[in-house]
Design a protein around this ligand. Structure first.
Ligand SMILES: Nc1ncnc2c1ncn2[C@@H]1O[C@H](COP(=O)(O)OP(=O)(O)OP(=O)(O)O)[C@@H](O)[C@H]1O
Ligand SMILES: [Mg+2]
Length: 335
């Protein structure tokens, strides 16, 4: 049975740009899918298609059991969306914005008011509640937009880069809100450029690049694909590389890689910290002086770089309250 979010063969072109080049997704109910990819990979386009805002050229999608192309209005009633394109009314206050959303979803005036208050507090907006949204900073707007998406808890939620431009404290709080939401059974598709965020929140991760899903799996599965743990040694003298190589080869589960100019040797291993201690002893016995040694496990960053050839660019790292949400357009990677 297809999951709460299901897509098959989504293609969308803009002129010569194939923004989506055959995207397949299947997100089981009550789980979080992290859509990870560099700028221009097709993340927002995927979200726009799944939330009925954009017609694909071909392919099909089913959200909350409803065909997205055949019954867009019904889909809209079953989903929540918070996006790179904020849906905030500039001239209303934060409180009015949230109450209005509640009333659109047919909460009573009293419930809408109570829910608005709760969300304003939750998102650290209580003090600014009665100011027009146009006076909010970028980070505040982003939080208001997220709060608006959470006024009612729809069965399926989409969040496009929910924490870009939030400072670390607000990001942490949003993670908690998201975990609560998912704990209550909501299915969530979230796009992000923060690999740590995908690692923390997502049950499954799809890495997209150039409109294609190029890898999928849990964070651990993806990390395992990039190879397991390895020992890295930096020797003090170039002359000691040969001796160090012999020592590492005797412990390694694969080839010893040597970077001559940095005097760094790397070898895949199993055995963790205990093995590291033995390696250090052996190097010492052989008279190899080391500047640095460490056991390194792959991170999602390694996965991302090895899959896409890009370093993940997280815009606005940590400057939340400033100009986060209305960041300048970022460069696209169209090749
Ligand atoms: N309305 C549009 N008209 C023309 N090209 C578009 C349009 N929307 C998206 N594109 C192009 O489609 C590709 C995918 O864009 P998309 O916005 O989905 O990327 P993204 O993964 O969300 O990137 P980002 O991380 O920068 O938000 C890009 O090359 C983009 O320039
Ligand atoms: Mg985007």
């Amino acid at each position: 049975m297809p999951g709460a979010i299901y897509a098959e063969g989504l293609v969308k072109t803009f002129g010569d740009v194939r923004a989506l080049d055959g995207v397949d997704l299947d997100v089981p109910e009550g789980t979080v899918l992290g859509l990870l990819g560099p700028n221009g990979a097709g993340k927002t386009t995927t979200v726009r298609v799944l939330t009925t805002l954009l017609q694909p050229d071909s392919g099909s999608a089913v959200v909350a059991g409803i065909d997205v192309l055949k019954h867009p209005n019904e889909v809209r009633r079953s989903i929540g969306l918070s996006g790179q394109f904020a849906a905030v009314d500039e001239y209303l206050t934060g409180r009015e914005n949230l109450q209005m959303v509640g009333q659109l979803y047919q909460l009573s005036a009293r419930d809408a008011k109570a829910r608005a208050l709760q969300l304003l507090e939750r998102f650290n907006l209580a003090e600014a509640a009665d100011r027009p949204a146009k006076t909010y900073s970028g980070g505040m707007r982003r939080r208001l937009d997220l709060a608006a998406a959470l006024v009612v808890s729809p069965p399926v939620m989409f969040m496009d880069e929910p924490t870009t431009g939030l400072d670390p404290r607000n990001r942490q709080q949003l993670w908690e809100v998201i975990q609560e939401l998912v704990g209550g059974g909501t299915t969530l598709l979230l796009t992000t450029q923060y690999l740590e965020e995908a690692d923390h929140l997502a049950d499954d991760i799809c890495v997209v690049d150039h409109g294609k899903v190029i890898a999928r799996g849990t964070a651990d599965q993806l990390k395992a694909r990039t190879g397991g743990e390895r020992v890295e040694v930096v020797v003090h003298e170039p002359e000691q590389i040969t001796a160090a190589r012999e020592v590492l080869a005797s412990y390694g589960k694969g080839e010893v890689a040597v970077a001559e100019h940095t005097r760094k040797l790397t070898v895949p291993v199993t055995g963790g910290a205990k093995l590291l201690a033995e390696v250090i002893r052996d190097l010492d016995t052989r008279g190899v002086e080391i500047d640095d040694i460490g056991l390194r496990r792959p991170t999602l960053d390694d996965v991302f770089i090895s899959l896409t050839g890009h370093v993940a660019e997280a815009a606005d790292e940590g400057n939340g309250e400033g100009d986060g949400a209305d960041r300048a357009p970022r460069k696209e990677t169209v090749k």
